[in-house]
Design a protein around this ligand. Sequence first.
Ligand SMILES: [Zn+2]
Ligand SMILES: [Zn+2]
Length: 196
Amino acid sequence: MKKPASKSKKTLSASRDNLRFKVFLGSVALHSALGTCDRLRTACGIVNNKRLRGIGYNGSVSGLPHCDQKGHLIVDNHCIRTRHGEVNAISNTDRKDIRDGQAIVIATPCLDCAKDLAEEGIRRIDYVGSYENSLGKQHLAELAKQKGIELHNHNVDWADFFQELFNLLTQKGGVLKNAGYRLKVTKEPLPENKSC
Ligand SMILES: [Zn+2]
Ligand SMILES: [Zn+2]
């Protein structure tokens, strides 16, 4: 009797870890909407000891105009006006919480950001999708290997992803359950898929 009980406890804890990752990823994805460079709105969350310790999104240095106010600042086909989400996440998180932590990144970290995360002692980077214009991305795997950082790339179907989160909120006691309705996500393709 005891063995199956402990096994199911293990399964429960694994599914709790899985759920936690999804909720944190969803939170980071929502923060990317605050990004001020519309070539790519990104965000990064720093996780340590099962808690989301800090988040950053890409935007200008505080007090300076953003891309959506002044236009992009392009050098070699890269907009260099913003501080990237990872750098802002580092600024927004206690250093001790970054050490041995995990970074969740929307799109592909550029090499400079990966170097900053590595320097702060990040042990694992989970990033979603791939961004073709990410500067130095071809050196990312090598850096991770050299620094012993686990690198995980995720392909996420955002419709399915948010549907799952909305379903969770429709469970007994959840905000949607209490609101008395469920949300259904549908995909409506955009007329034109613009990429940078
Ligand atoms: Zn820009
Ligand atoms: Zn970067």
